[in-house]
Design a binder for this molecule. Structure first.
Ligand SMILES: NC(=O)c1ccc[n+]([C@@H]2O[C@H](COP(=O)([O-])OP(=O)(O)OC[C@H]3O[C@@H](n4cnc5c(N)ncnc54)[C@H](O)[C@@H]3O)[C@@H](O)[C@H]2O)c1
Length: 321
């Protein structure tokens, strides 16, 4: 037996050190003081940072992969990143639209690559990911954007529709993370952006399964952050979750709103906010920004009080059937 192994056996046979009740009480008091200091420090730090415009990181030299890049928010996010000098990898099931996005990026002097990938299929994701790594390089920014939004009362949704929504809007996030994050961990460099929605902050009628998927994205991102923080990688691999209100891409087929200030947002504005939030390292961003604060505030309100405000505002989506 080596000296090291002997030490190990000896230490395993030692009874646990009993430091006594007094010691544990002192430790507890110290921990309470420390948690108080941290708590107030981080609250004041946050308030201070609200008045500071965080510097936007340079994305030149980064390779950004975007799912659902053929249309809507994904396409505009691809164009926005390309305008900042990043190399873009466009993934979509819609080959023609995807090639069009790449053409537009090249026409503005940018660098982009198109890949067809159906993100409901895990094997396909892993295969296409390997191809991208060989042909383009290390993907350092991943935008999990592709999503679908069938919109009608819960009992009118069929099984396939619900399963497909969870495959694209939720499960694909896991497969994409498993395909690209190991290399980010190895290089201690990376950023994942996930598209949730205001439907991931508030429950809405006609969107029961969709809201479920978007609440799930919020849960996945906040718990994945906890895992990264526990292993000390949260400063190297950043996460950003985006919660847009209704966007003018056609996904939201029958929107309604009582007041004009609640009208649809342009995908270009959403894309600019996504890229800026990522470059500033912001973890959660709603579009408009105040919706995230509104959600936190309404959690304090009695249910019926927030229902009264919702009924007054009367904004949402009608059934597409
Ligand atoms: N439009 C809105 O009102 C709105 C609001 C909040 C959040 N979002 C979210 O933003 C994201 C983008 O929405 P959008 O409005 O740009 O949608 P969109 O329909 O305009 O674009 C979605 C893209 O995803 C692609 N896609 C769909 N299924 C795919 C699959 N299986 N594999 C690969 N690609 C696939 C489509 O071909 C399309 O190009 C979605 O996650 C959506 O839930 C949209």
């Amino acid at each position: 037996m080596t000296e090291h192994e002997m030490d190990k056996v000896n230490s395993e046979n030692q009874p646990p050190v009993n430091r006594g009740y007094g010691y544990e009480t002192i430790q507890l008091i110290l921990d309470i003081i420390i948690v108080h200091l941290h708590f107030w420090y981080y609250i004041f730090e946050h308030i201070y940072q609200l008045f500071l415009k965080k510097e936007e990181k340079d994305v030149r030299g980064e390779i950004v992969l975007i799912t659902g890049a053929a249309h809507g928010i994904g396409k505009d996010t691809a164009l926005e990143y390309a305008s900042k000098g990043a190399t873009i990898v466009c993934w979509d099931i819609n080959e023609r639209g995807n090639i069009e996005t790449v053409k537009e990026i090249k026409a503005m002097g940018g660098k982009a690559f198109a890949y067809v990938c159906n993100i409901t299929k895990r094997e396909e994701i892993l295969q296409v990911a390997e191809k991208v790594k060989k042909e383009v390089g290390f993907v350092s920014i991943l935008v999990n954007n592709a999503g679908i939004m069938p919109c009608h009362p819960l009992l009118d949704h069929n099984e396939n529709e619900i399963r497909m929504m969870y495959d694209i809007n939720v499960l694909a996030h896991f497969w994409m993370i498993q395909a690209f994050v190991p290399e980010m961990i190895e290089k201690k460099h990376g950023h994942i952006i996930a598209l949730s929605s205001c439907a991931g902050l508030f429950g809405l009628k006609n969107l029961v399964p969709y809201c479920g998927t978007k609440f799930a994205v919020k849960g996945v991102m906040s718990s994945f952050y906890e895992e990264l923080r526990t292993i000390g990688l949260h400063e190297h691999i950043k996460l950003t979750t985006i919660y847009p209100y209704m966007v003018d891409t056609g996904l939201c087929k029958k929107p309604h709103f009582r007041f004009k200030f609640m009208k649809l947002i342009s995908p270009q504005e959403v894309a600019k906010t996504i890229v800026s939030a990522q470059r500033r390292g912001i973890m959660e961003m709603s579009i408009p920004q105040h919706y995230l604060y509104l959600e936190k505030f309404t959690n304090f309100l009695p249910r019926k009080a927030s229902e009264a405000v919702n009924d007054f505002l009367n904004s949402g989506v009608d059934s597409d059937l």
